[in-house]
Ligand binder design. Sequence first.
Ligand code: MG
Length: 396
Amino acid sequence: MTQLDAIRSIETFVISLPREVPYLGPLREGESINARGYLVRKGNKTIYPSTDMSVLIKITAESGLVGWGETYGIAAPEAVTSIIDELLGPVLLRRDPATPRVLHEELYDLMRVRGFFGGYYLDALAGVDIAIWDLLGKSLGVPLSTLLGGRRSSHLPAYVSGLPRATLQERCDMAVELIGRGYRAVKFAAVVSDDGVVREMAALREALGPDIQIFADLHWKYSAPDAIRLIRRLAEYDLACAEAPCQPEDLEGQAAVARSGYTPVALGEELRTVFEYRPRFEARAMGIIQPEIGHTGVTEFMQICDMARTFHIPVMPHASISCGIFMAASLQAASTLQNMPFHEYQHSIFDKNLPLVTGDMGCSDGFYHVPSGPGLGVAPSEAIFAHVRSQTSLRG
Ligand code: MG
């Protein structure tokens, strides 16, 4: 790469996409949408937007070549764009995008002594990191997976995540319908199991038969003893893994649940760096890890997955609300992993958002198709820019 390709501009776009039903299904008793468009789920005390929000990052080189990134924008997304516009962007201008890992480490260093080694700062860095990797792939004419060591397959097993329907019967029907299309695993959200978590598990097992893997997302809701008691009962219906049983800060609790041995504990969607993952590996608190590339970026994602390999732990990448850009990054990175049984498939989001990107990314018959083009293999389509809530622009 020549100096002609130095970074010339960095732009951000906050995207807000309407959705018919809020995340985790229809509003429940006592839940309402506030003046800023958010609702608090009583079940897990967590705030969610009533639209799907995301942050896109566009990095343009002197040659005119463009790299796209995306990061998590689920709440207060302008916090992320402000960090990019004010801190990360000006440092990146005129830099060589052929060195994504070097740039990642340099940008990570900028705020560490102030204690900003997680949260919004790392989300901003993740989005920028994805855009730089995309730019490098495009300039070399190869997919991101090639830059990361090589693709094992262009078809990745996908598990059905979430059954956003109001009643248990409707959720079972939805699961049966999706399994009928070739998927082999389903995850349900215990936080909306109004008829009881065990009853939901029993009904799903009855509906899906013995051969389909069922995962329960426990949404950080339980004390360790309560989680162990619950999981013991779910295990009677052959629970394949329990996600996030205890609060994120409760490392000892997660480890106790993992040690109980009824089913693997899956963790990590809220974590962003190897430094956050390391103590959880060392405590043997996870049997499966779930890094979300919208939080980690490509560089950290791969380092986290390398660390998982040293502990013989499989990776099931997490996939939350993406316009399709960080989804593509996640599929590119996941396609290089040796121990990746499933990639999460949020069907209600992924399918709806697919027209927002170009390229041949898709998910059907139980498998994701990893995009084939250079870099991420996708780029925003025109349709996405009808949903811009705010934007910033920085030129060198
Ligand atoms: Mg989860």
